[in-house]
Write a protein that binds this ligand. Sequence first.
Ligand SMILES: [Zn+2]
Length: 294
Amino acid sequence: MAASIPLSSRPSLSAISRVARCFTSASPSQPTPSSPSSSPPLFAFSTNPDLARRQDAERRNVQWVFLGCPGVGKGTYASRLSTLLGVPHIATGDLVREELSASGPLSHQLKEIVNQGKLVSDEIIISLLSKRLKAGEAQGESGFILDGFPRTTKQAEILERVTDIDLVVNLKLREDVLMEKCLGRRICGQCGKNFNVASINVKGENGNPGISMDPLLPPAHCMRKLISRADDTEEVVKERLRIYWEKSQPVEDFYRRQGKLMEFDLPGGIPESWPKLLEALNLDDFEEKQSAAA
Ligand SMILES: [Zn+2]
């Protein structure tokens, strides 16, 4: 593969600063002065003519987005990659949960919204993300993998004004398999961790490969406290997926037009999918080097 992945260890925080600044101010971001660069672009799909940004990208770590419908396992893959690459895995769902258990004006506002069963607005998600990025920057973080953000084209546009998202990975799974997986979801009522009791074994047919996925079973101490969400019924899951696809289409199109969208069809569970995903991201060598160094 010709494309190389930016894996420099020298962090540059200006991109994160720009995101944080834009999220907290209404003024448009200032253009960065350009300077010539002789290095090749990091990604073949780069359409951004701003060379300063490109130089910036060479110094920092990856700035990726993970898309995928509920149940596809995007959190799992985003989290594994963030560990491998040494970048934070920022899931907006986690940010909301953390804020709910904190105190302060934003937390108070958030609790009211959640108690009334309303959707958390773009503005609140953006201020949570901004807070998270600033805190990370203060601790010397570089790069990020965003999970669950952007949800809307409006959010994608805000992100685009201030930083270069290098790559958007769209994880996909066959609908029948996805349905089974969603219905197998369980959460531990005590520690809040997610598991999956579905054991999937779909035979290949009509040229499509078969898919088998092992359940993700909890440790013994969680086993007896497993609960499934009351709304994880077939009908509700179908509707949730339909809504997801309807809403995600514009976001996918937004990144597809920029040549940043990488579609990835999951070939099975983690043991089958992880090496294939690394290969697609041109990181298979990187993992070997990491394990050799460990
Ligand atoms: Zn537990």
